[in-house]
Design a protein around this ligand. Structure first.
Ligand SMILES: Cc1ncc(COP(=O)(O)O)c(C=O)c1O
Length: 471
């Protein structure tokens, strides 16, 4: 079976095994020059940390081992072409946007996208048309835009150059994306999907279908999020008559380092092998384990565990009077670290192998249940009216923003101004306010509440001020 091969990892291994003498970069010289106390941790990886040497190919002009490894990934995921990303899904999201639209061209974008999508919009100078996600009461948060909203946006903006969607969301929640893809294709508009959290959808019918299988033109996967790839290792898959392969390749070489990490790329080769060669029985064991961990995490006095489309995502939704932040801190005190805490939820991600520390987890949950307090006065916040209107545009174009003066104003006096910076709780990295968006009273209330709850807001030293455009 071809999928058992790991051409890039093998090429690196063979190169390393001939004990090569390095008169080239990187400066650690195959691990020989490295502080002693760190060597034990780094040594085996540094031996593979090569550069574009004979037989090791070149990410930006692949013809050998990297080309073979990318082709195997394309074959496994069902793409025409797969590209290795060394800058995370962030790099893929930037490239897919830059490759499809340029200055002043319209692009239809799901409003609750990751910040990398908005950064791509700003870099391209495009004119985004935002489609608002629905607020899902059973999930207690915004999920995806309805197909009616997309249909309206397409009708109003048939000249859009692309539609950008996120599938699944951070919590593994899906929506009928096939319908959205087909709607956009009726207008010959390509669909670009940030599937950062769905690399494992390729595994089996036990998992949802990937947007790539459902007809999306470009799909980006953070292999490092759900598969065993090194952090930042990601894939961009292309299968499209509407998106230019040459443009994708152009923007990838423009965005990505000219010295991409070989261990990282080799880990993508290995992650693809890991997924492609997993047996049905192993998948069943993982699913059983996830169900068992879900059972262990149950604490109906404090939280519900939300039903999920992705069985590996376990979301604890706090009951009235229970602070998600307090619950997460208690887990961390027990050295159990969840992925994400919001104002009302704590997300746990199960890995692609059976969980082994069940006794420890049981004891930890027991201690947390003993310690966690229910406080009837714990402030909750209404977030369901954050987005006004189903289709929105920026108050000021990216081009105009470059000409405008900015100033700092106290957050509680910022309503009515146009924001000159995005406000991004992290994780999940979805901006509450976008650069160029009008600040509303709801924004001010919700951000104040998040700051009070101790949620990290990215890129901000002064938490009670916001940069706005002078009027
Ligand atoms: C939905 C989504 N897209 C893209 C990204 C960026 O991915 P990466 O960290 O691989 O750059 C993230 C990161 O959390 C994300 O949640």
């Amino acid at each position: 079976m071809k999928q058992k091969a790991t051409p890039l990892f093998d090429a690196l291994q063979q190169f390393s095994e001939m004990s090569p003498i390095s008169f080239h970069v990187p400066g650690h010289k195959n691990g020989g020059i490295f502080p002693e106390n760190a060597q034990a941790y780094f040594n085996s990886v540094l031996k593979l940390d090569m550069t574009e040497l004979p037989g090791l190919d070149d990410l930006h002009a692949p013809q050998g081992a990297i080309a073979e490894a990318q082709n195997l990934a394309a074959e496994y995921f069902g793409a025409d072409n797969t590209y290795f990303l060394v800058g995370g899904s962030t790099a893929g999201n930037l490239a897919m946007i830059l490759a499809t639209c340029s200055t002043d061209e319209k692009i239809i974008v799901q409003r609750n996208s990751h910040k990398s999508i908005f950064n791509g919009l700003e870099l391209s100078g495009a004119r985004p048309v935002f489609i608002t996600p629905e607020f899902d009461d059973s999930e207690g948060r915004y999920t995806a835009p309805s197909s009616t909203t997309l249909k309206d946006a397409l009708k109003q903006h048939p000249d859009a150059k692309a539609v950008v969607l996120t599938y699944p969301d951070y919590f593994g929640k899906l929506f009928p994306i096939k319908e959205s893809i087909e709607l956009a294709h009726e207008y010959n508009i390509p669909v670009l999907v940030d599937e950062a959290h769905g690399v494992h959808f390729s595994l089996d019918k036990a998992f949802p279908q990937s947007a790539l299988d459902l007809g999306a033109d470009v799909v980006v996967h953070s292999a490092h999020k759900m598969a065993p790839a090194m952090t930042m290792g990601s894939f961009l898959h292309l299968r499209s008559k509407l998106v230019s392969k040459a443009k994708i390749m152009h923007y990838l070489q423009l965005i990505q380092s000219s010295s991409p990490s070989y261990p990282l790329m080799a880990s993508l080769d290995i992650a693809r092998l890991f997924l492609a060669t997993m047996h049905r029985e192993e998948i069943n064991n993982i699913l059983e384990s996830a169900a068992m961990v879900k059972e262990i995490l149950k604490a109906p006095d404090f939280w519900d565990i939300l039903p999920a489309n992705d069985p590996l995502k376990l979301t604890l939704h706090m009951n009235q009077g229970v602070s998600a932040k307090d619950a997460a801190s208690l887990f961390e005190d027990q050295k159990v670290f969840p992925e994400l805490v919001t104002h009302n939820q704590v997300l746990f991600i199960h890995g692609l192998a059976p969980f082994e520390n069940t006794d420890y987890l049981k004891k930890a949950v027991k201690r947390i249940k003993e310690q966690l307090k229910i406080n009837p006065n714990h402030a909750t916040i209404e977030v369901s009216n954050l987005f006004r209107g189903s289709i929105q545009e920026l108050a000021v174009s990216y081009q105009t923003m470059q000409q405008l003066e900015t100033k700092q104003v106290p957050l509680n006096e910022s309503s009515g101004y146009v924001a000159a910076e995005a406000i991004i709780p992290y994780p999940p990295g979805i901006p509450l306010i976008l650069k160029g968006e009008l600040v509303t009273d709801e924004h001010v209330i919700i951000i104040g509440h998040l700051i009070e709850q101790g949620v990290t807001i990215q890129h901000r030293d002064i938490t009670n001020e916001i940069s706005v455009f002078s009027r």
